[in-house]
Design a protein around this ligand. Sequence first.
Ligand SMILES: Nc1ncnc2c1ncn2[C@@H]1O[C@H](COP(=O)(O)OP(=O)(O)OP(=O)(O)O)[C@@H](O)[C@H]1O
Length: 666
Amino acid sequence: MELNDSIINIKGIGEKSEKLFNKLGISTVGELLCYYPREYEIFRQIEPISGVAEGRTVIVEGSIVSKPRASRHGNLKIIECDIKDSTGLLRVVWFNMPFLMKTLHMGTKYILRGTAVNKNGILRLQQPKIISMKEYANSINKLFPIYSLTAGMTNNTILKAVKNCFDNTDFEKDILPAAIRKKYDLIMWKKAIQSIHFPKDKEECIKARKRLVFDEFFSFFTMMNRLKKERNKEKSIFEISDMYIIEEIKAVLSYTLTEGQDAAVSDIINDMESGYVMNRLIQGDVGSGKTIVAVIALALVVKNGYQGAIMVPTEVLAKQHYQSFCEVLGEFGIRIGMLIGSMTAAQKKKEYKKIEDGEIDIVVGTHALIQEKVSFKDLALVVTDEQHRFGVRQREALSSKGREPHMLVMSATPIPRTLAIILYGDLDVSVINVMPKGRLPIKNCVVGTNYRPQAYRFMEKEIAAGHQVYIICPMVEESENMEAENVTDYTNMLETTLAPSIRIKALHGKMKASLKNEIMEQFAAHEIDILVSTTVIEVGINVPNATVMMIENAERFGLAQLHQLRGRVGRGDSQSYCIFMAGNPSKETMKRLRVLEDSNDGFFVAKQDLKLRGPGDFFGIRQSGELDFALADIYQDAEIMKMANEAAKECEISLKDCNYGKKIVI
Ligand SMILES: Nc1ncnc2c1ncn2[C@@H]1O[C@H](COP(=O)(O)OP(=O)(O)OP(=O)(O)O)[C@@H](O)[C@H]1O
């Protein structure tokens, strides 16, 4: 098989499983081989039952001492029993495996491998695997890859497919010349793919990861260098000379711009006046006020006779921006339009025509903006918000709709300056490093789940004072595989726990875009008091009246992501609060989360996180989807990133070759 072949050629993959793989974004052999494990479990030795602690995956050996009981909870079929060794007793639970009633016998000894969970104060081993003595002897101290799954798929399905695929694929090509591999101490690609999926030990896994992370950065920089070459110091055809609108906008704002905002605006003016195409990144912490800078830049091109566009990652955000743009710019006769996926075909068509005829000056939109049918009359400025969600490709796609328009990228990712220069090498950088005046720093606390009743009383008090609350849960609905709070059950529970006058709604990514928009609009209009949500609200949402955020299972998120989340509060003049609820209050978890208690500064948080985890700690939680790398983490892999940057300058390789039969990550 070749890397570009369809996965249907792999032994064991039929039409049905092909669809499941497609759901995971895998349709070619190359994509499957590059579908790396999410984490690894180390198969350890049998442990005494007395040492089993919440949250740990353990292997225990014990005899069944209570007759296995079968019961039902809704659709869930449950089997429970107790096992015992010489040190203690442990409850064991299986879901939807009714056939086990025939396998489990009183008095018989079993080796079980599973995760210990605390359910209503009782420690239990949940959904453990029953392991034979032979399997145990063969597996001890080995690393087991764990893949992200979709409903209907098991870890084993992926593992088997990868194995078949690996054994039958033509692999001999390696994009990196031997000299580069030698210089940066990198193993062959084939070996790296083998070891990332089937590592003999941790050391082998680390070497494999280094090579694959290197490749991701290397492809990224190769692409970026090409863009840089194409764009470098291009003359701009747009004449921007009338600056009057800037003072006019400043005069109608209810606040004065901060020093950082003013400096960013000056940078933009200088760029546009320079006669060259602007390629600028505005970097500022969450809530530092990047939007108004974009508003001013867009108004500037419009008042000089051109059009502008701003692309944001979600529909909710597009609507929010559309409204605030209309509010600020409406009175200056600037016409704002919107293009989002959930609009009807007829609505879109009408908007396309207006954009083409120049009846719309600024378009706010999502990916819908880069559709082929969209064509501008005279596009002079493209703004992309939260660029790590888009990547360089989409940015370029939007730009190609104009004749080399100016480009402004906005990012709230706290990247140290040295890394920003490498990662955004094709852009000039303006940093907004001060918060608007009058902001009270968010008060943070890290607590265990026993604090919940107090937290609810506190929320009730804040709601009575006219404020609003976000509660974040990691999951949408209950899952057998993961013990974490979910939005659906949590919302139901809150409705019965809190005062009936409190208006509570759920929000999550599985909802239709139009419903999400509707709920967000209700929340913004204060028709909802508590929004129970997944991390869909992470990006850019601005409801200054929300003053409390509580994050359930905070341990499941990276610190940078938690920082982004808490940035949804503290956006107005009132005191705001963030409660980080740790579902697994181990010492390490608490230590990591306490970084957020210590500071509200995103740069500080990112730096501390790095320090705590240390390089090479790839069993930890990834920060967030920065630039959508599959494996690489810009914080943890900063050293590899620097090497790949150097290497990409040293050797030019065609982009097609960087591809390995999978989508390029940028
Ligand atoms: N100079 C200022 N003084 C007071 N308030 C400001 C100032 N600049 C912006 N704001 C307000 O601060 C809030 C946050 O601004 P904005 O939404 O632009 O933040 P952001 O930098 O885009 O944050 P995020 O990265 O979280 O999206 C808005 O309500 C905005 O009106």
